[in-house]
Structure formats: structure tokens, C-alpha cells
Design a protein around this ligand. Structure first.
Ligand SMILES: O=C(CO)[C@H](O)[C@H](O)COP(=O)(O)O
Ligand SMILES: [Fe+2]
Length: 221
């Protein structure tokens, strides 16, 4: 099995020291950086947008995994043309998902589709041949530091079966509540990318120690 990728989310990092927090993730062995863009409409919180992402682009060479938690995500895609590696949009706010995926690909970026806990797999089934990544939310989006809804791992396994049966090569990314104690279960269910926010950015240990612990735990999967 390919090595699982770790994507620290800066959502629970110290926003007053973002550049340092990002550098710590890169030095600690992160594979990519997960950037949670929230608009106060699709989810209650507002975080940051393309300007902050542009500023962070200057401090790291980590690939940027943009998680658009916004209504009408198709209107924002172009703003990330110079910074994103992967642009992920939610199916719940994408009535014309094929058009949105095409628009992301035309920018030369990888396209991801995200699915909330309350949304059935059937909603994204038609997109599986076209996307580079499926992001399964294992929390209801809006905040970091929530507990994983373990039942969502069944959805991960279901998507893994559909991808394998169709010969599709998309990554499966799990977002929400990933910790050392559940990382192996995520990988066993079929995840290839783990978003880790509060398990990486917390006061207990350093970013590098937390990433090393998650890496060990994930490889036991
Ligand atoms: O999309 C998100 C929240 O909506 C975040 O990526 C996610 O919550 C990461 O934080 P944690 O690992 O603490 O759950
Ligand atoms: Fe996220």
C-alpha cells in the first residue's frame, strides 16, 4: 500500500504566527498543507481567503490543499490559480459539479470533491471518474478540534470499493478529528490522505513530535 500523506490543517494553529506554524509543519515532515477557507455562509465561521493563502505560498514549498467551505465555490476557484495544488469543493453547494471540476482542471490544478457526514455517497458517485481526490468529512465542517464521527469510515470504505471497482485513481482524504488513536482505522478503511489539525497544532507537544506520532500510527494501518 502507498504511504499515507499527512496534511496539517492550520485551522487550529496560532493565526498570529501563521508563517512560523507553516514552516514548522514543513520542517516536521508534512506532505502538504490543508487550508480551510470558510465564508460564514456554508459554515458559520469565517477564516481567510486567497490573500492569506498567497502570503503563505511565499513561506513554504509544501503543496497546498484548498478546502473551500463556501457557497458558490466556483466563483472563487480562479483566485487560487497561482497558489493551489488541489482545489476541493463541496458537493452540497455544487449543483453543476462537472462544470466546476472542469474549471479547476482548466487552471491546471487537481480537483477534489468533498462530502459532508449527512450526504450519501450516491451524491458523488458520478464524479468519481473525474476527480483527483474525494474528501470525506468525518465531522460537520466549521470548526477544528471536533471528535471524529467514526461511522463515516464506512463511507470511506464504500468509496474505496467504488474507486477500485471502476479503476479510478483518486485519493481519499479524511478531514475531521484525525488523531493518533484513529489514524490506522482511517488507513484501513481506504484513506490515502489524512488532514490533521488539532492533533498537530496543540500546546502539548511540538508540531514535529505530533507529526511523527501520527506517521507511526498511520503506518500501523
Ligand atoms: O475542515 C475542517 C473543519 O471544518 C478542518 O480541516 C478540520 O476540522 C481539521 O481540524 P481537526 O483535525 O482538529 O478536526
Ligand atoms: Fe478542512
Amino acid at each position: 500500500m502507498a504511504t499515507v500523506k499527512l496534511a496539517p490543517s492550520i485551522l487550529t494553529a496560532d493565526f498570529g504566527r501563521l508563517a512560523d506554524e507553516v514552516r514548522a509543519a514543513e520542517a516536521g515532515g508534512a506532505d502538504m498543507l490543508h487550508l480551510d477557507v470558510m465564508d460564514g455562509r456554508f459554515v458559520p465561521n469565517i477564516t481567510f481567503g486567497a490573500l492569506v493563502v498567497e502570503a503563505l505560498r511565499k513561506v513554504t514549498s509544501l503543496p497546498f490543499d484548498i478546502h473551500l467551505m463556501t457557497v458558490e465555490p466556483e466563483r472563487l476557484i480562479e483566485q487560487f490559480a497561482d497558489t493551489a495544488d488541489i482545489i476541493n469543493v463541496h458537493i452540497e453547494v455544487s449543483p453543476h459539479i462537472n462544470r466546476t471540476i472542469d474549471a479547476i482542471h482548466r487552471l491546471g490544478k487537481k480537483a477534489g470533491v468533498c462530502i459532508n457526514p449527512g450526504t450519501p455517497v450516491a451524491a458523488i458517485e458520478e464524479s468519481l471518474p473525474d476527480v483527483d481526490q474525494v474528501m470525506v468529512m468525518t465531522i460537520n465542517p466549521g470548526w477544528g478540534g471536533q471528535q471524529m464521527i467514526l461511522r463515516q469510515l464506512e463511507k470511506v470504505a464504500q468509496i474505496r470499493r467504488l474507486l477500485d471497482a471502476g479503476g479510478f485513481r483518486a485519493d481519499i482524504e479524511i478531514d475531521g478529528g484525525v488523531k493518533a488513536h484513529n489514524a490506522a482505522a482511517c488507513v484501513r478503511a481506504g484513506a490515502t490522505v489524512l488532514v490533521c489539525g488539532s492533533s498537530v497544532y496543540n500546546a502539548e507537544k511540538s508540531v514535529a513530535e505530533n507529526l511523527a506520532e501520527l506517521r507511526r500510527a498511520a503506518s500501523a494501518g
